[in-house]
Design a protein around this ligand. Structure first.
Ligand SMILES: Nc1nc(=O)c(N)c(NC[C@H](O)[C@H](O)[C@H](O)COP(=O)(O)O)[nH]1
Ligand SMILES: [Zn+2]
Length: 196
């Protein structure tokens, strides 16, 4: 029996598998949902949107597509998504993503942590917690800053463990030495989330 977090992470892996393999990014999957407070079995979860890397045109990230998909359904631009996300008392917004949201992108595009914290604009609750399956490996940006930046923005995060190998294998499928990259990421302390 898998924990409900694991079930959502497995759904995110299925989303990530739809992403076209590229040497220049990771294949990631994301789910945005609304969760009732004090609902231990998550029986009243409402999935609001999903996204995967490069689902939408351009060099797009999974979290970015998740927001953009929700925004387009509600007829606003992605950077206005905070205006159309539901605000319901007794419920909170939660994101599941296979990989720690990026704090920096080599392309210079807005990192996903910024897109997540932006949901709190205008004093809105926004996203309250992010669950991810692995820390970002050092491939592109070295030591990842995503978790630290989420904490600094007052957003909780939690590492859902147990699917690291699967998540990493999907993430790096387009990379030159994929197997080696997975092995080293699993071995390195980067995949631990003992972030001080
Ligand atoms: N959380 C997350 N979701 C994604 O969908 C994705 N592709 C990454 N990848 C993080 C990695 O750090 C960046 O992909 C590289 O830094 C290259 O930057 P661009 O993607 O070209 O902006 N991370
Ligand atoms: Zn990102």
């Amino acid at each position: 029996n898998t924990s409900p977090h694991t079930a959502y992470m497995q759904k995110c892996i299925s989303l990530a598998e739809k992403s076209p393999p590229r040497p220049t990014n990771f294949r990631v999957g994301a789910i945005l949902l609304s969760r009732k407070d004090n609902d231990p079995t998550f029986s009243d979860d409402r999935i609001l949107s999903t996204g995967y890397t490069m689902e939408l045109a351009g060099n797009t990230h999974a979290e970015q597509c998740c927001f953009a998909n929700y925004a387009s359904v509600h007829k606003v631009a992605e950077d206005q998504v905070s205006e159309v996300l539901p605000i319901e008392s007794g419920r909170k917004l939660v994101m599941y993503v296979t990989m720690e949201p990026c704090g920096k992108r080599l392309s210079g595009n807005a990192p996903c942590v910024q897109r997540i914290t932006r949901t709190r604009d205008g004093g809105r609750e926004g996203i309250q917690k992010v669950y991810f399956g692995v820390k970002e490996p050092g491939t592109f940006v070295g030591e990842s800053e995503g978790c630290k930046m989420l904490t600094a923005a007052g957003i909780e995060w939690e590492h859902v463990s147990g699917l690291e190998r699967e998540i990493l294998s999907v993430a790096v499928a387009g990379h030159e030495n994929a197997e080696e990259e997975v092995r080293s990421a699993l071995a390195s302390k980067e995949t631990e989330t003992n972030v001080d």
